[in-house]
Design a protein around this ligand. Sequence first.
Ligand code: PLP
Length: 497
Amino acid sequence: MKFQSTRNKNLRLDSAETIVKGLSEDGGLFVPVEIPVLGKGEITELSKLSYCERAKRIFSKFMTDFSEEELFECAKGAYIGKFENDEPTPLVKLGENVYMLELWHGPTCAFKDMALQILPRFLVKSSEKAGDGKKIVILTATSGDTGKAALEGFCDVEGTEIIVFYPDNGVSKIQQLQMQTQKGENVSVCGVKGNFDDTQTAVKKIFTDENIRAKLGENGKRFSSANSINVGRLLPQIVYYISAYADLVADGEISEGETVNVTVPTGNFGNILAAYYAKQMGVPFGKLICASNANNVLTDFLSTGEYNVNRDFYMTESPSMDILVSSNLERLIFELSGKDDGYVRAVMESLREHGEYSVPDEILSKIKEHFAAGFTDDIGAENRIKMLFEEYSYLCDTHTAVAVEVYEKYKSETGDKTKTIIASTASPYKFPRAVLKAISGENEPDDFEAAKKIEVLSGLSMPKQLSELSEKEPRFTNVCEREEMADFVLSTAGGDF
Ligand SMILES: *Cc1c(COP(=O)(O)O)cnc(C)c1O
């Protein structure tokens, strides 16, 4: 099994090389040359296995340069003892047709743990197989959830260091504390004066700065990325969709072969793309319902074929979906254009130059065959949190609420009552002020006070890893100017610590 770049089909690499590189040099994203297909009856076989065994089996179809033992080691290291339960992704049934796939029972309470707990293990092994022996320095800009999940994943992983920049005043108090109190000898965190875009742009510049790279090289180090474009993040996400379907079979909720829809609260298009790949592998998924917040560029694209980022940007209560350029969409366009790398290059050039592109009817009709799309604003999400709480005593976070709201709209507009898996992407206690406001109408400015009130109302405890933050002393209180970020990187990773 090889992986190829969406912008140059002739570039073909093993999974280890792909994971070490992250992004292809031509700017493209790596995709599997051929999508492996599940065998007849394989889902029934999978349904009898543990999560880690399922993961091993699915990874081994893509990562043929790894042994099954290596893959099993990676999966066990990532998922055993790290999540609330060794079956890390429980399904919770709501009503007749809805199954909430809870992906947030890991160390940082967001779905990103599912990939970022295992990525460091893949990366260390990949680096042994395909790397140049250099120590890996992970450089990340975060709008909140990715940074903490990456810190937790790379914390004290041999052969790696990690530096996270976050926009000062651009993340929630809980998110900031999660990062500032991170333990580990190989981690550092720094706030940046500016917004997320400024921070991200500066990080990209440092990443490609020849001088900095050379200095790092002299110290036997190289940069790598934990960003969601890394294949090492995509594959673990495919696993939980296949696993969820297998669970529904195992629990007798569906018979093997029955069609199930999937609804995903979407930002960078990484999570829903994994569901698309699972479908291509033969999981009987029907419609993949892409849910957006007020930043509804994907809703427009998936319904009209026109992608246009020249529009207002909104800061919403579901901040991890506040995004206008969804990088992983490039992979879908590559697949649906019949793997036309020239076409992908042209489309991405148009996006870079004009902030827009449109796809022909041929591609649009394929999109519509697989995808449905919708969006809702903060009020719609808030109302949905309240409704779920009143009707089912079920508490969900603001991102997940967007997905449930969009699913309900889809169902009433189309009459499609097919059972659906809805990806639940964060603990409600990660966004306690908005959740409290939704269920009680109360505006409580302090995250921890809001959380205490939710505990009283719901009887559900705040996860310990979040509640103990209020007592922890911050370790990393540095805030720098954008111009000082490069110096921070050099003083942190430039030396030999
Ligand atoms: C990152 C994130 C999303 C969006 O996921 P994508 O893979 O970027 O589409 C949704 N919800 C939460 C809570 C997230 O952290």
